[in-house]
Design a protein around this ligand. Structure first.
Ligand SMILES: [Zn+2]
Length: 413
């Protein structure tokens, strides 16, 4: 039997595993049920023939990267390895196992139901991205059961915290785990007939405007931080137009521009009262960095623009802090690894395949940027990521399993 035929015959396995994964509510923050899910994932990897172990993130890293209220939630990453006889090169598959918090009313009651309804499986994490984990496990199971040898050594990592900043997940893994991949597949970013070859980066800044409090009956005695902040925000319009003039055309012909989103979070400082001149105002800036831009230069430029804009506003004093960042990545899809993946997608889905560059970021850059290896994004995907009634289509889960098995057995590397 071929691996594809085996996968068709065992399609119920992809649902069984995904239901279990969805039921294990690994909500992040704060990082719940990580212990339980990583024990299960380690066992499942062993059961499909890999040498698997769970890696505990050291206390010192926890202290450095997690806020105090999350210190009681230990972090783990799972690593599996399969040595293929005669294979010289290694493909690494990665997925994150954490999910974003839930809200709203779900069609099937609990957001962790894993209910199957007309060919879709519902629940937090079905699309992002526990479905990928389930598809990969079935792909590996099919190779073992049919005795078809992969052309590559296989490494698999299931990592924590992608929904926050990956510091103790993929970031820790690429620096400390015993891995040596030649290629990486991060199992999200591309789906359907689209393979992801890169993604935007991001810089998050928090801008604080410092005014001076005074009694609300005498506003001229103070410096109104909200008014200064408003002027500053309006002053950024010109910079937005500058960014709009820069562009990058992706391999599929989509034109992307760098962007800023201002004030996703904004607030008054402590002591804000209706009869007090506000002494403090803060707002966030989310700067999306194109794959072709220099990350450090993009941050520097934004800081210079902020300082220059503030200088033109009387009594506008600001401080700027970086709260997070993620690097962009892009591999031109001329590389044979990308051609092979596209061929696998086309063979299984019987449609031409295109390459995209994702506006959102994922863990690809840790492999592409840090390890410097060709890295692509592809998974079963789904609908309503991070939203109510998140779901994945069973047929796409099965197809993704076939695509992973096909890539491992057809790409010559
Ligand atoms: Zn994700």
């Amino acid at each position: 039997m071929s691996p594809a035929a085996y996968i068709d015959r065992h399609a119920s396995e992809v649902v069984r595993r995904l239901r279990w994964l969805v039921g294990c509510a690994t909500v992040n923050p704060p990082g719940e049920h990580y212990d339980e899910i990583t024990r299960w994932l380690t066992r499942e990897l062993s059961s499909v023939g890999l040498q698997a172990k769970r890696l505990t993130v050291p206390q010192s890293w926890m202290k450095r990267y997690l806020p105090p209220e999350q210190q009681g939630f230990p972090r783990f990453n799972v690593l599996g390895k399969l040595a293929a006889r005669g294979a010289r090169r290694t493909i690494h598959f990665n997925a994150h196992y954490d999910v974003v918090p839930v809200s709203g009313r779900w069609k099937h009651g609990s957001p962790f139901s894993g209910k199957v309804d007309r060919g879709w499986i519902y629940g937090r994490g079905t699309a992002d991205m526990k479905g990928s984990i389930s598809s990969l496990l079935l792909a590996l199971q099919s190779l073992r059961a049919t005795g078809v040898k992969p052309n590559f050594n296989v490494e698999v990592s299931f990592t924590a915290d992608e929904e926050t900043d990956s510091a103790l997940g993929a970031n820790w893994l690429v620096q400390h785990a015993p891995i040596r991949p030649d290629y990486a597949v991060v199992m999200e970013g591309g789906e359907g007939s689209t393979v992801c070859c890169g993604h935007n980066g991001v810089v998050w800044l928090e801008v604080t405007v410092h005014g001076r409090a005074a009694h609300g009956s005498n506003p001229r005695a103070g410096i109104n931080a909200l008014e200064k902040m408003s002027a500053l925000v309006v002053g950024l319009e010109e910079y937005k137009r500058r960014l709009e003039r820069r562009s990058f055309v992706t391999p599929e012909g989509v034109t992307m521009h760098p962007t800023i989103n201002v004030g996703g979070v904004f607030s008054a400082g402590p002591g804000g009262k209706i009869n007090t001149v506000p002494a403090l105002a803060t707002f966030s800036i989310d700067r999306r960095v194109l794959a072709i831009e220099n990350h450090a230069a993009a941050e520097r430029e934004l800081r210079v623009v902020l300082a220059a804009t503030a200088r033109q506003i009387p009594d506008c004093r600001i401080t700027v802090a970086k709260t997070s960042e993620n690097f962009a990545c892009f591999t031109p899809p001329k590389h044979p690894f990308f051609a092979a993946a596209a061929d696998s997608v086309t063979r299984v889905r019987r449609k031409p395949t295109t390459f995209n560059v994702s506006t959102g970021f994922n863990d690809m850059h840790f492999f592409s940027h840090h390890l410097g290896i060709p890295t692509l994004g592809y998974g079963p995907g789904g609908e309503d990521y991070h939203a109510v009634d998140e779901r994945a289509r069973v047929r796409d889960l099965v197809d993704a399993a076939k695509i992973y098995a096909d890539l491992l057995t057809t790409f010559a590397g």
